[in-house]
Design a protein around this ligand. Structure first.
Ligand code: ADP
Ligand code: MG
Length: 404
């Protein structure tokens, strides 16, 4: 990362200035029986408050903008920001919220005309939308070309916390990776393998690795296209710890996410017995699927985590949505929460897991951006951050500082 990230303090006097603030208010919505859409979780709105308060308290005139859901580049009543606007104005009055950015086809294309319409009439730009900082969207990379700009508090905190893990992690630095998508996370694993003291691999990810070592994954999730890359990674690093046992399920077992939603009436139950879930070694029987790390692995992983100076955790250790396969994820979540070192969690499902076990308060940093946090850890930088640093207005700021 070259150059310094401009922060709110770098904006100078903001009183009376019109400030465009890019936020990530992509909150989950629920449909009430009346047909009204309401915000189901205000986490992202709360996360935006420090920056908005900072600006309003100093007399700035704030226009906020966000995307919401995935409309196809055209207005769509299912995705208008009205429910977000209503709650935002209750939580913090005085902020104007623009309509869903993704109603314009120009947003996803970084279209110059759309950027021009966004910055028109604005004096300053603040990016506090960490979750989209890895995207070349118009509202993320466009305005810094035309306005003095800064990172908001949320982006600042993410960069500080994740940046320390990349640049100067406390030792031993333990990385725990799980979840389902090997293809998405191999680049990250590769980048972290060199920096971490220990890399613990669980979740469905583990089976492409155990297969690379010659063990039979049974019917577990593997990504055959990544076998060679996993072999290469195992060959060049000696700090990867793979599971030594798994909780596996036979063909009769159906996954049952315990979401609290009752099962539909009349649905036939799988004819599974207690014998259909078993603990296996590294090889999984034919037709069986590994759904969680086993007890020996769990103990080993928790032991390594307990001694860590810093822990980064991304991706659950198993199908934790189904209570029968949640033990590994829960134990790892508890070990991370209990660790005396600095603890960072990123990734939508891992964050959902710590929330489910009520442990998020005991984690030092829970990252708000799944894809963005992985991209920052992998590449050390994000397009949206580079746009702020490389803005012509930021350069002027730095020259001024050097001259003084
Ligand atoms: P995150 O959002 O934390 O980055 P991912 O999206 O990569 O994590 O993966 C989360 C999903 O992986 C969960 O829905 C979980 O059920 C699934 N998963 C974890 N372990 C397994 C497994 N052994 N087999 C199948 N799915 C798994
Ligand atoms: Mg996920």
């Amino acid at each position: 990362m070259s150059g310094r990230l401009p922060l709110l303090e770098d904006l100078g006097e903001v009183r009376g200035k019109r400030v465009l603030v890019r936020l990530d208010l992509n909150v989950p919505l629920v449909l009430e029986p009346s047909g009204r859409r309401v915000v189901a979780d205000d986490f992202r709105i709360r996360a935006a408050l420090p920056t908005l308060t900072w600006l309003l308290n100093r007399g700035a005139r704030v226009t906020a903008c966000t995307h919401l859901g995935r409309p196809a580049g055209a207005p769509d009543p299912r995705y208008d920001v009205e429910p977000v606007r209503a709650l935002l104005s209750e939580m913090i009055p005085g902020v104007r919220l623009l309509e869903n950015l993704r109603f314009s086809p120009g947003e996803k294309k970084d279209d110059p005309a759309f950027v021009a319409s966004l910055v028109e009439g604005q004096d300053l730009y603040v990016n506090d939308a960490f979750g989209v900082c890895h995207r070349a969207d118009a509202s993320v990379v466009g305005p810094p070309r035309f306005l003095p700009c800064a990172a908001g508090r949320l982006v600042q905190r993410e960069v500080e916390q994740l940046g320390r893990l990349i640049e100067d992690p406390e030792r031993p630095f333990v990385v725990v990776i799980g979840g389902a998508k090997v293809a998405d996370k191999l680049g990250l694993l590769d980048a972290l393998a060199a920096r971490a003291d220990r890399l613990l691999i669980g979740g469905a990810m583990a089976f492409t690795f155990t297969q690379a070592l010659g063990f039979d994954p049974g019917a577990s999730l593997v990504d055959p296209s990544k076998l060679e890359l996993c072999k290469a990674l195992l060959a060049k690093t000696d700090n990867i710890l793979l599971p030594v046992d798994f909780v596996a399920a036979g063909p009769a077992v159906e996954l049952r996410p315990d979401s609290g939603i009752p099962e539909p009436w009349g649905r036939e139950r799988a004819r599974e017995t207690l014998d259909d879930i078993r603990i296996c070694g590294r090889s999984i029987p034919e037709g069986w699927k590994g759904y969680d790390i086993g007890p020996a692995t769990t103990e080993m992983f928790c032991h390594v985590i307990s001694d860590a100076g810093a822990v980064l955790w991304n991706g659950p250790m198993g199908v934790f949505e189904d209570g029968r396969f949640a033990a590994g994820t829960k134990a790892v979540a508890q070990a991370v929460a209990a660790c005396a070192g600095r603890t960072v969690i990123g990734g939508g499902d891992s964050v959902a897991a710590v929330n489910r076990y009520g442990l998020s308060e005991r984690i030092d940093h829970v990252s708000t951006g799944g894809g963005a946090s992985l991209a920052l850890l992998e590449h050390g930088d994000l397009l949206g951050l580079a746009a702020l640093r490389e803005s012509p207005f930021t350069a002027v700021l730095d020259e001024g500082r050097a001259a003084r």
